[in-house]
Design a protein around this ligand. Structure first.
Ligand code: FE2
Length: 156
């Protein structure tokens, strides 16, 4: 197949690699969001339990957008559990029950790390593929907003 959209093959390959690593982080974050959603406890349970499902819904949407951008660029996406586990740059979420505000902080910290990685990718994508850059900017804005709303629970 010829390179799609007249892209330089090296640029296309590097773009796909950057998107694939963002995909693993986004899937990992969505799994952590559910882990927190289930296991939090305490008086803030209901509000944060519901808030986490809103976050997970957006993270799943964003992982779908990134995966489909990879396909649009002509490569398969890899969202398998083993790949996510190997590629994610985020520390594992704590196991077991968590106080609700503690769970919010654990997820907010990992969202911050994921955004740092995403912003690093955005810096490179600007050169490589502005369409993927645009997608990553929109996703980063969404994750940053959710991160703020979690952070606001625990910071004074
Ligand atoms: Fe649920």
């Amino acid at each position: 197949m010829t390179e799609p959209y007249g892209m330089d093959p090296t640029y296309r390959q590097r773009t796909v690699e950057l998107l694939q690593s963002q995909l693993s982080n986004l899937i990992d974050l969505a799994l952590m969001g559910k882990q927190a959603h289930w296991n939090l406890r305490g008086p803030e349970f209901r509000a944060i339990h519901l808030q986490l499902d809103e976050i997970v819904a957006d993270l799943r949407l964003h992982s779908d957008e990134v995966a489909e951008r990879i396909l649009t660029l002509g490569d398969p996406a890899d969202g398998r559990a083993g790949t996510v586990s190997a590629q994610s740059s985020l520390p594992a979420f704590p196991e077991g029950y968590l106080p609700a505000l503690g769970a919010a902080k654990e997820l907010a910290d990992r969202m911050d790390l994921a955004v740092r990685k995403m912003r690093g990718a955005i810096g490179q994508l600007g050169e490589l593929d502005p369409i993927s850059e645009d997608l990553a900017i929109g996703i980063s804005a969404s994750v940053e907003k959710h991160q703020w709303m979690l952070r606001a629970l625990t910071e004074k």
